[in-house]
Design a protein around this ligand. Structure first.
Ligand code: DX5
Ligand code: ZN
Length: 228
């Protein structure tokens, strides 16, 4: 059954990690023209995850290339220390992890982000229980259910995470109708349909958009529409 509150439409957030960095301006202009709603920016520090991506200077460069909202996903230790630099770089929303390895006071980091007028998000690894999110949900605008273990693009979607998406949907129905539920990792036309059915309204997709020739068709397919 279609489970979105009627006021919500599907938001597509292409993950820049899968873009061609040698042609960044071109890829971003192309994805914006193709109907992307937000840009998803994956920040990896080589500690919290086993990969290093890019930092605030790169975010600030992207800020100059597009008017799309910048959705920053911090896969780093000490988000409390680094969040101000991403706020300064032009982030519109910042999502932080709840695992102990992220080494921060999650509630304090969320307060810091909110105080700066930036939207807040909370997320968890596939191995982390949904219950860990519960104390923070009233303080966030977005909950991200990771559908792969964070660190790398191009991994296979984990269907078993749909149970967490449904729990988030139930929480939204009861407490906060404007909470965004985002999925990230292995999202393609098929897994997008599954995620939307479970309650997701924001779809992050790297490979299935940037590694195709026709971004517009790819985005339309994620929305469940065939492009003509
Ligand atoms: C994974 C990142 C994702 C990744 C998604 O650690 O958080 O945003 O870029 O890439 P795809 O869509 O290729 O799985
Ligand atoms: Zn991400």
């Amino acid at each position: 059954m279609f489970s979105l509150p009627t006021s919500m439409s599907i938001i597509i957030a292409p993950s820049v990690l899968a873009a061609d960095f040698a042609h960044l301006a071109h890829d971003i202009a192309k994805v914006e023209a193709a109907g992307a709603d937000w840009l998803h920016l994956d920040i990896m520090d080589g500690h919290f995850v086993d990969n290093i991506s890019f930092g605030p200077a790169f975010v600030s460069t992207i800020r100059k290339l597009t008017k799309l909202p910048l959705d920053v996903h911090l896969m780093i230790a000490r988000a409390d220390h680094y969040a101000p630099r991403f706020i300064e770089a032009g982030a519109d929303s910042i999502t932080v992890h709840v695992e102990p390895e992220a080494q921060h006071d999650v509630a304090a980091t969320l307060r810091l982000i909110r105080k700066a007028g930036v939207r807040t998000g909370i997320t968890l690894n596939p191995a982390t229980s949904f219950d860990v999110l519960l104390p923070h949900l009233p303080q966030v605008d977005l909950v991200l259910i990771m559908t792969v273990h964070p660190g790398f693009g191009g991994q296979a979607f984990r269907s078993e995470m749909m149970e967490k998406v449904s729990r988030a949907r139930d929480w939204r129905a009861e407490h906060r109708r404007d909470l965004h539920i985002q999925v990230d990792g292995g999202i393609n036309a098929e897994t997008a349909t599954e995620s939307i059915a479970a309650g997701a309204d924001v779809l992050v997709a790297g490979t299935s958009i940037f590694r195709t020739a026709d971004y517009r068709a790819a985005i339309q397919q994620l929305r469940g529409k065939t492009s003509s």
